[in-house]
Design a protein around this ligand. Structure first.
Ligand code: PBG
Length: 335
């Protein structure tokens, strides 16, 4: 990109345009609205139940009935979609993650009830096995403990189909197995679920910023000290993300995602520039926890920092952001 600077001080004073609110607003290159926000939520069994997540102050695990109330509020605030994550009863977890595709499982029931209560609200489901495996990995292990790709994809297909049949608008594979987007697209087409969208977690890094999420869904204890670096990406890599995104698009993804968010905004920009497709980023649990910790200590001012953090995703090229701040940010934006 060539960059010419024909104008010189004092003919050009950059501060002139910054002087007043009206001219600052006129030159704003990006906007942030409630339509840019996707709200990740945690659902648990039971009724009238809410549990705090200690490492994510302000975030709660909710039973379906309470989640529906919150979903109505989110919709009224203009948030287009929720991303649903289940807290699975430890007794239902096993080596083969069989509960993942139970047509009457927690996620499948929750999707049906949410769609009945708020039909216009987009429901995005997480397609991955980690909430369902006794070891906390996102796939089926061989004897050596290695996550088997094709064996795992067979289960992911069943899981994605069960979500789509329950009425999920978007299925979002977050596991990073090779070839899963193509296989999920194939089964959806075969079952005539032509309009189920796929949001691919295409560039998902093996990140330690997911710690609080693993507490929230209760997979941290199962996973222990093990990590996910044989399938999630190395934080050292950028080009590899473009290849992942290109492959997921070729396999049938409608939208692609980069995750985590703020430490990976360079990847968001590169993906948007090179592929020019609907591009999302996930401000993950660790990013949320860091912000909240600083707010609680009074080290950062909360409202303005939340909005700044989200605007930065827009500037980097994201079309929307998955953020635990979604509702709070939407309220601020409504003021
Ligand atoms: C599971 C999944 C994870 C997140 C979303 N889906 C955790 C992981 O990969 O271990 C993390 C979200 C967050 O940290 O907010 N496949």
């Amino acid at each position: 990109m060539s960059f010419t600077i024909p104008r010189q001080y004092p003919g050009t004073r950059m501060r002139r345009m910054r002087k007043d609110d009206f001219s600052r607003r006129l030159m704003a290159e990006n906007t942030l609205t409630a339509a840019d926000l996707i709200w990740p939520v945690f659902v648990l069994e039971g009724s009238n139940r809410r549990e705090a997540v200690p490492s994510m102050p302000g975030v709660e695990r909710l039973s379906i009935d309470l989640l529906i109330e919150e979903a109505r509020e989110a919709q009224a605030l203009g948030i287009p979609a929720l991303a649903l994550f289940p807290v699975i009863d430890p007794e239902l977890k096993n080596e083969l993650a069989e509960e993942a595709y139970n047509a009457n499982g927690l996620v499948q029931r929750c999707v049906r009830e949410l769609k009945a209560a708020c039909p216009a609200l987009g429901i995005i489901t997480d397609v991955a096995l980690d909430p369902y495996t006794s070891h906390g990995q996102d796939g089926i292990l061989d004897e050596a403990g290695y996550v088997q790709n094709d064996r795992t994809v067979e289960v992911l297909i069943k899981q994605a189909l069960s979500h789509a049949e329950a009425g999920a608008d978007v299925v979002a594979p977050s596991d990073m197995m090779d070839g899963r987007i193509g296989e999920i697209r194939r089964i959806l087409e075969q079952e005539r679920l032509h309009n189920t969208r796929i949001m691919a977690y295409s560039a998902k890094y093996a990140s330690r910023y997911y710690g609080p999420f693993r507490d929230a869904v209760g997979s941290a204890g199962n996973l222990g000290k093990a990590d996910k670096s044989t399938y999630q990406m190395d934080p050292a890599n950028g080009d590899e993300a473009l290849q992942e995104v290109a492959m997921d698009l070729a396999e049938g993804a409608d939208m692609v995602m980069i995750k985590p968010g703020m430490p990976y905004l360079d990847v968001v920009r590169r993906v948007k520039d090179e592929l020019r497709v609907p591009t999302y980023a996930y401000q993950v649990s660790g990013e949320y926890a860091m912000h909240m910790a600083a707010f609680e200590r009074g080290w950062l001012e909360d409202d303005r920092v939340i909005l700044e953090s989200l605007m930065c995703f827009k500037r980097a090229g994201a079309d929307a952001v998955l953020t635990y701040f979604a509702k709070r940010a939407a309220r601020l934006l409504a003021q």
